[in-house]
Design a protein around this ligand. Structure first.
Ligand code: ZN
Length: 233
């Protein structure tokens, strides 16, 4: 790149500063979306390396999940929370793809994905997709699919009932709120397959439980789960 290009680039950066979506600091020229410091300091759970981890334990006695993991922790004010906020509510889709890619590389290199056949994102109701413009779990899944070379299936599992926001509900209310709201549209497509369900944040696990219960009705299906963050409430 020429000297004048850099000069022009610096001028544009002064007018329109590029900020890290995780910490708000200025991005360097070679950084994109997330600064290098955030890449390094965002805490990893490394649950994909630990079979009986807290996310896996969340589903004990509720539904049969083969393997479960989360990339980071969803704490108040945490950098991953800022990133997911920008993804979901500010429409910065690239964040979901980037984090999915980073996590997908870890999952693949550790062997977590080696017996997975297909990636399925937790679906949103079509009316919510219309409002938001996209399904964040689908974006994260496409990053994981890109890193792992696994196929992505966004057609077989559908959300058939709209439910109110989960945020202020108790664990029991959340469970009853998501019971029976998903449907498998084409059982043949996933028969005998090991599905990797992908969500943005796992809190009570009730959404995953509801999805899994639908998927596990299909002969030979096994379900594993990953999310970008685990909110241990
Ligand atoms: Zn940062």
């Amino acid at each position: 790149m020429s000297y004048f290009y850099y000069l022009w680039d610096d001028f544009i950066s002064l007018l329109f500063p590029r900020l890290c979506y995780a910490c708000g600091n200025h991005l360097m020229r070679n950084e994109n979306l997330i600064c290098t410091e955030c890449y390094v300091v965002i805490p990893r759970t490394n649950y994909h390396l630990e079979e009986n981890n807290p996310v896996a334990q969340l589903f004990w006695g509720r539904c049969v999940i083969e393997k479960a993991a989360a990339f980071s922790y969803f704490n108040k004010g945490s950098r991953i929370r800022n990133l997911i906020h920008h993804l979901k509510y500010k429409g910065i889709k690239e964040i979901g793809f980037e984090l999915g890619k980073i996590y997908g590389l870890s999952l693949t290199s550790s062997g977590f994905t080696k017996d997975i056949d297909v990636i399925i994102p937790v679906p949103l109701h079509p009316s919510k997709v219309r409002v938001r413009g996209f399904n964040q779990s689908e974006i994260i899944s496409s990053g994981i699919a890109g890193a792992s070379s696994l196929p992505l299936d966004i057609n077989t599992l559908k959300r058939i009932t709209k439910s109110a926001t989960q945020t202020k509900r108790s664990r029991f209310e959340r469970w009853t709120n998501v019971e029976g709201i998903f449907r498998v549209t084409d059982p043949q497509a996933i028969m005998g397959k090991h599905v990797l369900l992908v969500d943005d944040v796992i809190t009570t696990g009730s959404t995953i439980e509801s999805c899994s219960n639908e998927l596990l009705k299909i002969e030979g299906v096994r379900v594993s789960v990953v999310a970008l963050a685990f909110a241990n409430i």
